[in-house]
Design a protein around this ligand. Sequence first.
Ligand SMILES: NC(=O)c1ccc[n+]([C@@H]2O[C@H](COP(=O)([O-])OP(=O)(O)OC[C@H]3O[C@@H](n4cnc5c(N)ncnc54)[C@H](OP(=O)(O)O)[C@@H]3O)[C@@H](O)[C@H]2O)c1
Length: 323
Amino acid sequence: MVKMRRLGKTDIELTPIGLGCMQFAGTANITRLIIRPIDQEPATAVVRAALDGGVNWFDTAEMYGGGRSEEVLATALKACGVRPGQVSVATKWTPTGRTAASITRTIGDRLRHLGGFPVDLHQIHMPTGSLSSIPAQLKAMAGLLKAGRIRSVGVSNFAARQLELAHRVLASEGVTLAANQVHISLLHRNVERDGVLETARRLGVTLIAYSPLEGGLLTGRFHDDPALARTAPVMRRFFGRKELSAAGLARTRPLIDELRAIGQAYGVSVSQVALNWLITRYGDTVVAIPGASKPGQAAAAAGAMGLRLTDAEVGKLDALSLR
Ligand SMILES: NC(=O)c1ccc[n+]([C@@H]2O[C@H](COP(=O)([O-])OP(=O)(O)OC[C@H]3O[C@@H](n4cnc5c(N)ncnc54)[C@H](OP(=O)(O)O)[C@@H]3O)[C@@H](O)[C@H]2O)c1
C-alpha cells in the first residue's frame, strides 16, 4: 500500500504521484508546442492505467484547451467507473489579462467542464499577467472556498516571497495555502536554492513538481537515440536545445547511467528511479505529476511509488544531477 501524503494542511490525501493532464488539451491548443496532444480514447486508456497503478489524483488547468483537458479527464474518469469524490482533481485559473473577479466568474465553467467532479484544489496558474494584485486574487480564491465551491487553494510558479504573501493573505481570511506547483526534477533543483522549498516546509505548503521527467529526457530515451530529439514538440526542442544537444546529452549521461544501474538492481526503469528520487528526496513536502501520452508511461509512473531508494542511492543521484 502506498502511503498517502496530506495536501498542505488540508484533509485531502494524495498519492505521492498524480497524473499531469496537459496532453488532453487538444490539437488546437498552444500546449501542443510543448506536449504531444492525445484524443479521448487514448486519454481514457492513460487515465485507466494511472488508476490501476494506484494514482488517486489528476492535475489539469483552464489553460489546457479552455476546458478541454478538464472535460477529457472527467469523461475518462467516468468511463473508468470513477465517481465524483473517489479521486481528487486539481485545476487552475488563467490570470493573463484578467482581474480577480474572473476567478469567481469562471468557477462555474471549471465545474461544468469537470462534469460533476469537484475542484479539490484550485490554483492560480502563475503570479504574473493578471490585472489585479496577488492579494486580490487570493481573496477571490478564499471566497470560493468559503462558498464551498472549491476544497482548497493553491498557487503555481510562485517565488518564495510571493508564497509568503499568498500565505499571509489567505491566513487573514482564515484559509490555508495548500500548494505551490513548480518545476522540480533531478535536472531542475532550483527550489533548493531560491527559498521555495524552505518556505513551503515552514508554512506547511505542499510542492507539486511539474515536468518531473523533463519531457522524457529523464527516461533516457534521448540518450539511447539522440535522433529522437528531432521529433520532440517544437518548444521542447527550442528551450531544451542545450540539454538535447550532443554535448548536453553527454553531460547528463552519467546521471542516466546511474539511474539505469539502480533501476536494473530493482527491476525498474530509468524514469521510475528518477520519479522515486523526487518523491523521496524532499520527504512529504513534494508530490509529482508526470505527464503520459501512452498507458505504459502512466503505468510506469504509478509503479515508481512502489520503489524505496536508499539514502545512499538518493545521495549518489543528488551528486550526479548537479554536475
Ligand atoms: N503549472 C505549470 O506552469 C505547469 C507547466 C508544465 C507542466 N505542468 C503540469 O505538469 C504535468 C507534466 O509535465 P510535462 O508533461 O511537461 O513533463 P514530464 O512529466 O516531464 O514529461 C512527460 C512526457 O515524457 C514522456 N514520458 C513519460 N513517461 C515516459 C516513459 N516511461 N518513457 C518514455 N517517455 C515518457 C512523454 O512524452 P511523449 O508523449 O513525447 O512520449 C510524456 O508526455 C503537465 O501535464 C501539467 O499538469 C504544469
